[in-house]
Write a protein that binds this ligand. Structure first.
Ligand SMILES: Nc1ncnc2c1ncn2[C@@H]1O[C@H](COP(=O)(O)OP(=O)(O)OP(=O)(O)O)[C@@H](O)[C@H]1O
Length: 248
């Protein structure tokens, strides 16, 4: 049996003030269940990134509630949101945001050591996670020695290495060609199906819908359609590590 990991209620966000004021999200209510692959679709400007940034704690809503495992995160202060992102939320962006001076393994290990893990343990966890995304043999390469798809795999490993409660991916295939992009989506799908990872994916690409359990369409900051698709295999529920309470 699955349970909601993320519950969003009446979430609104207004950017800017006066004449440049834009209401990017209007009273969005949605849930994502543990171990689910949710896709957020919508044309440019529909509010997808605004919503993902709020879920990630990168920005604060104008009003409304965001609960992660029942704990309210919408009104956390800046420090608490930083801790939330470091410990509980795996973020993947279109631009891979890897540090060029570091190897793949060092890039993956860095957030772990920043979070207080011993360097040796962090390197071990990084190597393990890179193996899980198919990059065991490339772990000592620097970003410029890797293809775009491989760099995105490193970024996915970096997001996974903290053992996040939820993975949030904003257009992760946007900088990749079709073939590499498809491989990345299949990797994300496997993380959901094989490891029980919970994923929210923002995408423009309707071909990604076929992998999703839940498809949410946004238009002008509203949810205009939500669909659930049955999955053929049994859903794997998250393991104990990604059900831990959010540390403050
Ligand atoms: N920081 C900001 N300041 C002012 N307006 C913003 C800001 N961020 C987003 N907006 C506006 O909010 C609306 C929603 O933008 P958002 O980036 O969330 O949409 P999106 O669906 O992710 O678009 P895209 O697919 O192009 O990334 C747009 O009208 C956008 O111009």
């Amino acid at each position: 049996m699955s349970s909601p990991i993320l519950s969003v209620s009446c979430l609104s966000k207004t950017h800017g003030e006066g004449e440049s004021r834009v209401q990017a999200l209007r009273s969005v209510t949605m849930t994502v269940e543990a171990g689910e692959f949710a896709v957020l679709m919508g044309v440019s400007g529909s509010g997808k990134s605004t919503l993902l940034n709020l879920l990630a704690g990168l920005d604060r809503p104008t009003s409304g509630s965001i609960r992660l495992y029942g704990e309210e995160i919408a009104d956390l202060d800046d420090d608490a949101r930083t801790i939330l992102r470091r410990q509980r939320i795996g973020l993947i962006f279109q631009s891979f945001q890897l540090l060029e001076s570091l190897t793949a393994e060092e890039n993956v290990a860095l957030p772990l050591t920043i979070g207080g893990m011993k360097a040796r343990d962090a390197r071990h966890r990084a190597a393990e996670t890179l193996e899980c995304v198919g990059l065991a043999k490339r772990r000592l390469h620097r970003p410029h020695q890797l293809s775009g798809g491989e760099q995105q795999r490193v970024a996915i490993a970096r997001a996974l290495a903290i053992k996040p409660a939820i993975l949030l991916a904003d257009e992760p295939t946007g900088n990749l060609d079709t073939k590499e992009g498809e491989r990345i989506i299949l990797l994300l799908k496997d993380l959901v199906e094989i490891q029980g990872q919970t994923l929210v994916l923002v995408t423009h690409d309707p071909s990604h819908e076929k992998y999703a359990d839940r498809i949410i369409h946004l238009r002008d900051g509203h949810i205009v359609e939500e669909m659930l698709q049955p999955r053929n295999n049994n859903r794997i529920l998250p393991t104990a590590w990604n059900r831990l309470p959010i540390a403050a």
